[in-house]
Design a protein around this ligand. Structure first.
Ligand code: SF4
Length: 519
């Protein structure tokens, strides 16, 4: 039986930390082949791309491995209500069941309730491998509740990886405790390394029992973030940096942030779009600050990819999210329901289930590689198309068009099919009928895609998609996504080569901002 305690002591203590960090450092070159099809580790990397020690840490972590996110689930427990900074994109008072963004929760939990919830979820969803504390405030502004929760879970569910997300202000003073509690993945939200830019994002921080405003606040924050990041990586803890892309404020500056965090040993950089809508009641929402378009975000992520590993599959989850990334099963695990549940934590059956997941995962990888070989020697390296995919997970095209709450986006080129993001959409099928308003928003969300792969689609949306120049494709229903995308791309290339079609850029798309419309 694998125990979390043993696993973490191996990495943080008896095993040589320098050796592990050396491997992380050596590994930073991965994904630096100029945006080629080479796997960008931390996102698309597989077992053969990473040193064993790092692979062991990321292989079942849906946020640290793009491949794992199709198969493994995570959950957040909302035990940390207080926050020590104010961000202009955040309003924690907001609560809406259809809303999915950081800081939003339906109910807050005590550490004991959180521990019971983790056991209930782990028993129901055997592929749930990661427990994160991400708010709704800052976990390190609530250290007793945060660490008590970790302590309880490490005792009862030792195979679950523990994760923490923080703004970094209180990080340096808690790094040793984080290491002691076997938390081996930490996310720090870093939106700037320049206090003048920081002053436009953070109106104040609360530090040393006083509120500090403006540039001075941003200067303290950035110093603590950088120091905290260095201290974590020195201890062999894998760090992911989240940055919110705010057009006109830090969009160009994030390239500098990327360099700063890379040089301090961050493993992964996750550049996320600002979510900003007046109904959220945030400063940015109310003053009309816009978020980036899909192509603006992609260009920034692409330009940083040469520097370090980029995460493209983040769903900007609620602080109480449960399930695979992109799905939210939190409504099945409300406090009332979990308190009434009889929970048996069966480690053996969890491990047996996960062994099956690994077999499925190997099949996905093998199918992709076999199909990839068929692209060998193809010219036309400049031709790239995007494909939107309706999927419920497991790396397959297995969702109906009308039931999709998001589409996963793959970029196809002669290098293969690469996951580059997702687009959240309103449900098209509302109570059995197609919703025209939703269809318009879906088309805007995937407007830059050449095709959309679905398990099934009705005649009406099919026609509207065709009119918009997007090819609705259901012939790959229940097949593996990447293999199918490569097959489609090859046919597309053949048509370009024969002159049957002319390849053209498809333009931009809109990223979803407000709450969903769901059936
Ligand atoms: S917010 Fe992003 S990093 Fe955090 S759990 Fe969700 S997908 Fe993972």
């Amino acid at each position: 039986m694998e125990s979390l305690v043993t696993e973490t002591v191996d990495v943080g203590g008896a095993q040589n930390i320098d050796e592990v960090m050396q491997k992380v450092a050596e590994h930073k070159g991965c994904g630096t082949s100029g945006g080629s099809g080479k796997a960008s580790c931390g996102t698309a990397a597989g077992e053969n791309d990473l040193p064993q020690e790092i692979w062991d840490k990321v292989k079942n972590h849906p946020c640290y491995s793009e491949e794992a996110h199709h198969h493994y689930a995570r959950m957040h427990v909302a035990v940390a209500p207080a926050c020590n900074i104010q961000c202009n994109y955040c309003n924690r008072k907001y609560d809406c069941a259809n809303e999915s963004r950081p800081g939003v929760v339906s109910e807050k939990l005590t550490p004991e309730q959180a521990s019971k919830k983790v056991l209930a979820v782990a028993s129901t969803i055997p592929q749930m491998t990661v427990l994160g504390i991400a708010g709704p405030g800052d976990p390190l502004a609530n250290p007793e509740k945060t660490f008590k929760t970790f302590e309880l879970i490490a005792k009862t569910a030792p195979d679950i990886k523990l994760c923490l997300s923080t703004n970094g202000l209180a990080l340096p003073e808690h790094v040793d405790t984080i290491a002691k509690f076997n938390v081996d993945h930490v996310t720090i939200t870093i939106n700037m390394v320049d206090p003048d830019i920081g002053a436009q994002i953070y109106p104040w921080i609360f530090w040393n029992r006083k509120r500090i405003f403006g540039r001075e606040a941003a200067e303290i924050l950035t110093q603590h973030q950088m120091r905290g990041l260095e201290m974590l990586t020195e201890r062999g803890i894998l760090c992911k940096v989240n940055s919110v892309m705010i057009p006109g404020i830090n969009d160009k500056h994030l390239v500098e942030v990327n360099k700063a965090v890379k040089s301090r040993g961050a493993f992964l950089h996750n550049i996320m779009p600002l979510i900003s809508s007046p109904e959220h009641g945030t400063v940015f929402g109310l003053n009309g600050q816009r978020g980036p378009t899909a192509q603006e975000l992609k260009h920034l992520q692409d330009s940083c990819e040469g520097e370090m590993n980029m995460m493209r599959h983040c769903r900007q989850c609620r602080a109480d999210a449960v399930g695979l990334l992109g799905e939210d099963r939190s409504a099945e695990f409300t406090t009332d329901k979990i308190m009434a549940m009889e929970v048996t934590y069966d480690l053996e059956s969890r491990q047996a289930y996960q062994a099956q997941v690994e077999i499925e995962r190997q099949k996905v990888a093998a199918a992709k590689n076999a199909e990839l070989n068929t692209l060998a020697g193809e010219g036309n390296e400049d031709v790239k198309i995007l494909i939107a995919v309706a999927t419920k997970g497991s790396g397959r095209v297995n969702e109906h068009f009308g039931h999709a709450k998001e589409f996963q986006i793959y970029e196809c080129s002669t290098k293969g099919a690469k996951f580059i993001g997702h687009r959240r959409v309103d449900l098209y099928c509302q109570g059995g009928y197609g919703e025209e308003d939703s269809l318009e928003t879906i088309i805007r969300a995937i407007n830059d895609c050449t095709a959309v792969f679905v398990a099934k689609i009705g005649g009406c949306p099919k026609n509207d998609l065709l009119k918009a120049g997007i090819d609705p494709v259901d012939e790959f229903a229940f097949e593996f996504i990447e293999q199918s995308a490569i097959t489609y791309f090859k046919r597309y290339l053949d048509k370009v080569n024969s002159g049957e079609i002319v390849h053209e850029e498809r333009g931009d798309a809109t990223l979803r901002q407000g709450a969903f419309i769901t059936a």
